[in-house]
Design a protein around this ligand. Sequence first.
Ligand SMILES: O=C(O)C[C@H](O)C(=O)O
Length: 431
Amino acid sequence: MSDRIPLWRKLYAQVLIAIVVGVAVGALWPGAGVALKPLGDAFIALIRMMIGPVIFCTIVHGIGSMHDMAKVGRIGLKAMLWFELTSTFALVLGLIAAHLVHPGVGIDATMLANATSKAAVAGYVERAASDGVVAHLLAIIPTTFVDAFAKGDLLQVLLVSVLTGVALGRMGPTGGRIAKAVESVGDVLFRVIGLIVHLAPIGIFGAMAYTIGAFGVSSLARLGALVILFYATSAVFIFVVMGVLAQCLGFSIFKFLGYIREELLIVVGTASSEAALPNLMRKLEALGARDTTVGLVVPMGYSFNLCGTNIYMTLGILFLAQATGTHLTLTQELWILAISMLTSKGAAGVTGAGFVTLAATLQIVPDIPIASVSLLLGVDRFMSECRAVTNFVANGVVTLAVSRWEGELSPARLRAAFATHSEPGMTVPAE
Ligand SMILES: O=C(O)C[C@H](O)C(=O)O
């Protein structure tokens, strides 16, 4: 039926065109490209304002109508197990890539002396320095119930949502009715998101024009090898690591990537995996994953399963060690891996988050001069796009893995769901 819709009216085609035109404008008129930044910012802000309420409604309905509270803890545990496994793969892959290619060897040392970048880095380092492990744990508790939503902190929203869902689950039929009402509110919110997503081409056009206008191709020329290596390593992670996992779950990673192609383009265009978070939740549910599982695992993954950020961290740190001529022993490298495993849990699905996390990690690895992180600033937007896409794909696949483990999905059901829902455009429930 939807085959009759002309290609240019399909969202993914519009977003693709927006990316191409945005790149062209940024390259030809960098000043104008930079000035278009607010378009991208506005689109991301519109989506972000919906994320907290959507997660709340999904989880509250899921848990509130479930009456099996043990399941909540079980799903959380299973998710954490998967997160640790995939994150470790990602961190190790970053290390291996850095050792195989040595991207930092031969970097011009004068690039390190860029005073402007150093000043810019100081801000990131300061931000990162205030983030300790205990502070992170305490930060999961919002100042007030509504503060979680006001700040849009995913873990805080998760906490208040789970508590509300559990409370509703204990209220018997009244709780069930309230959970149903909350589900209806969730449907309204998804329809709002459906409206906002129509603006994606405009937002992505602005974001891409800004990226190319502000950071240009010249920064890529200097650090192109590192950027290419990061993209290639992430591709290995997606197609091999996630590919094998998907195969074990009974579906092809290519099918999955095709299924979420609109979302992937939005994530690339905005360099933020949060920009497509609500749509990802909807699409995973459409494949047969239960709302409780999706509602818990996806937001958790946005804090604990940042595989793209993980690859970037080990690869980036080893790159800086090579560029500054810092010799690291195997023990030090394993220490970096362990620390990155912890610090990456504080990253987020917003652009630049991975860079701040890398700066935080460098503080704990004193051998590498912290100012060297300025080397990576010029290409961070390009790295951010790849971090975001890898984070996004890994979160989708791991959520399906947990869902399968919970017995919600079977290979046959997944195959049927992919066949039914292969058409993009599922941002709102069917009329
Ligand atoms: O959006 C993400 O998932 C990552 C982010 O873009 C980043 O820059 O680290």
